[in-house]
Design a binder for this molecule. Structure first.
Ligand code: ADP
Ligand code: MG
Length: 636
């Protein structure tokens, strides 16, 4: 509890100590005779102790022409009650209202803190090495290319490359995955991980603001500002609800007694006209108390906020509450193949029909691919095994969905699929081996092909089953790879459909067609790795990028970012969103239902202000507790 909350608690306790005996006296439960004016003066003590700040805020509200704020409503209702001689009611309402305020500020503060703790990746300092000595500096001040030292137990402050030492990293805060990761010299290392075992020297490759930890924190912090429809609905609702109920209050205060006076109906049950008016005005004051939409206004955004926080603790970054809403309605999921369903680690399984030596063919291929970030290119370079001398390569051109062309040692080289060969007017030799076939042409002549095979991710199959369990009706793979490969992968992991040999633009067209078949209510998600599928990511209802650690393109283009590359997280994200939306709906229904009942009871005089405020505070507390459940999504 902070100081402000403590002060409020003390005021509440003091006021309650005063209030209870006075209430017993005023209700004639304790027989003490007090003149009415003395009772009023005594009641004003707890009233002012607990409510003076509300009165002040209400007054300020009137001056700023913000008439319908909750302080104003509370002030009018309680002053009205006291003026009508219902001292106990007036003070009790103020007291309970403040109890609610206190609870709410504690709950909101706590859940915010929880979320920032979950995302505990902000580095506080960096150790820079200078003349053999370590200096602790703000990570903000470290320039790209400096060497920093990360000791065991410390957070890695900036992205970089390990230049000395080896260690094990804990990436749980980034990925939600507790599996440790080993790093060695020349490995890339990302800020936000915790160094566990050895001392590492790291040459930084990015400034603090550009580093992974800062980017992710930014993303999470900005997420809450992208409002969902439910949140917009609630703020719009509150804008109309409060004035409408206030007008209702005015009507309730004036019309029924006026009607009685004119027609004489029901007048006999009141001793005097004054009592008639007092009764209805009091009911109207109760209306004012009920007109605060507190529970909704607090609990709905809190639910979304907690949902976003819960998801990020699992390594699922959702860029806004609106995406949480879309995610909950996903019924069709389209996938990229390489790097999404398969590992994207191709192993070369054979080199065929080449007049050149296998080594030489691989060398041409690896050199031509030296600038590409495609998984195929990385694998070819890995298979080649030697360092690539980039100065031997010129005129590199990468053609999406085809491959690359370049000049190596001045000779033109083309590396890619059948389409690329046809484009160059060459006839590739067909291959009967299973796998992705990479054809190579050197100096305008067909020069054989390299067969590479990818591995399925261990969890792909289970991920599809989980998706089906989460209510996804259709899983479609969109790939640029050959029909035979696509067919095998689709059957192996249990996809409902696949499309092969697509160019990047065809993928967009495919997604558009799938979107058309989705209808009004169902939503389509596209899952990719962000390498050459950014247009599809943004075209789908919701774009999910996986394996985002280290890939900026993916973080930028996607709406949902899965920090590691586990496809199981897709179903998990959907389940988290469902849970969150369900809680939001529960809260809306519960709060509105109770409000409606209270309004009816108040209008008919069955419920007094006491009950109204107790119901309100009670609903708010329950709704906030319910909202906080969104944080707990680990076992979903
Ligand atoms: P996907 O990610 O669905 O496998 P891509 O559009 O990334 O599809 O690639 C489709 C096909 O284009 C690959 O299977 C490959 O044949 C060819 N290709 C794309 N980029 C390259 C590259 N850099 N080197 C060789 N072939 C490539
Ligand atoms: Mg791809």
């Amino acid at each position: 509890m902070n100081q402000k909350q403590k002060n409020l608690l003390i005021r509440i306790l003091v006021a309650a100590v005063f209030f209870v005996p006075l209430y017993l006296i005023s209700e004639k439960i304790v027989a003490v005779e007090l003149p009415k004016w003395a009772l009023l003066l005594l009641f004003l003590i707890p009233y002012l102790v607990v409510g003076h700040d509300i009165l002040r805020k209400a007054f300020r509200g009137i001056r700023n022409r913000q008439v319908f704020d909750e302080h104003f409503l509370m002030a009018v209702a309680t002053i009205g009650a006291i003026a009508l001689g219902e001292y106990g009611e007036g003070v009790a309402v103020m007291l309970l209202y403040q109890v609610g305020e206190l609870f709410q500020s504690i709950a909101v503060g706590r859940s915010r803190r929880n979320i920032t703790e979950l995302m505990d990746i902000r580095p506080d300092y960096a150790n820079v090495e200078e003349d053999g000595e370590l200096r602790r500096v703000d990570p903000d001040e470290v320039e790209v290319g400096s060497v920093i030292v990360v000791q065991p137990g410390e957070k890695v402050p900036l992205d970089g490359i390990v230049v000395e030492g080896s260690s094990t990293l804990n990436t749980a805060a980034l990925t939600g995955e507790s599996r440790p990761r080993d790093v060695d010299v020349d490995d890339e290392i990302l800020s936000g991980c915790v160094n566990m075992t050895g001392v590492l020297k790291v040459r930084t490759t990015r400034e603090f603001d550009e580093s992974t930890a800062s980017k992710i924190l930014n993303l999470v912090e900005n997420a809450a500002s992208r409002k969902s429809k439910s949140e917009n609905f609630i703020s719009k609702f509150a804008r109309y609800y409060t004035p409408i109920v206030c007008c209702g209050a005015l009507a309730l205060a004036v019309l029924p007694p006026l009607f009685c006076m004119i027609t004489g109906v029901g007048l006999e049950s009141y001793a005097a006209a004054g009592a008639l008016w007092a009764d209805w005005i009091l009911r109207a004051c109760t209306f004012l108390v009920i007109s605060c939409p507190c529970a909704l206004v607090i609990s709905i955004p809190l639910s979304f906020f907690a949902g976003l926080g819960g998801a990020s603790s699992q390594g699922i970054l959702i860029k806004g509450s609106n995406y949480l809403e879309t995610l909950s309605r996903v019924r069709v999921v389209a996938f990229d193949k390489t790097g999404t369903i398969t590992k994207g680690n191709f192993a070369v399984t054979g080199v065929h029909h080449s007049p050149l030596e296998d080594e030489k063919l691989l060398e041409y291929a690896a050199l031509a691919e030296c600038h590409s970030s495609h998984p195929i290119s990385k694998s070819l370079r890995q298979a080649y095994g030697k360092a690539v001398d980039q100065s031997r390569v010129t005129d590199v051109e990468e053609i999406g969905g085809h491959g690359v062309t370049a000049r190596v040692d001045g000779v033109s080289v083309a590396v890619g699929n059948e389409k690329l060969m046809h484009r160059l007017g060459l006839e590739p030799r067909p291959c009967h081996h299973a796998g992705t076939i990479i054809h190579v042409a050197v100096d305008g002549a067909y020069c054989g092909h390299i067969v590479i095979a990818d591995e399925m991710k261990e969890t792909s199959r289970r991920a599809m089953a989980e998706l089906r369990r989460a209510g996804v009706e259709k899983t479609v793979m969109l790939t640029g790879d050959a029909e035979s490969v696509a067919k095998k992968v689709a059957a192996d992991v249990g996809l409902t459909d696949y499309r092969a040999e697509l160019l990047p633009a065809d993928k967009v067209a495919c997604v558009e067609e799938l979107l058309k078949n989705c209808g009004e209510k169902r939503r389509l998600a596209f899952v990719g790795d962000g390498i050459n599928d950014a247009p599809v990511l943004s075209r789908a209802d919701i774009g999910i990028a996986m394996g985002a650690l280290g890939s900026d393109a993916a973080i930028e283009a996607a709406d949902v970012v899965l920090m590691d590359d586990d496809p199981l997280k897709i179903a998990k994200a959907i389940r988290i969103s469902r849970k969150c939306l369900r809680i939001v709906k529960e809260n809306i229904a519960f709060a509105l239902g109770v409000k409606l009942v209270c309004l009816l009871l108040a209008a008919t005089g069955l419920a007094g202000m006491w009950l109204a405020i107790a119901a309100d505070v009670g609903v708010m507390i329950l709704a906030v507790l319910n909202a906080i459940r969104c944080l707990f999504v680990k076992d979903l």
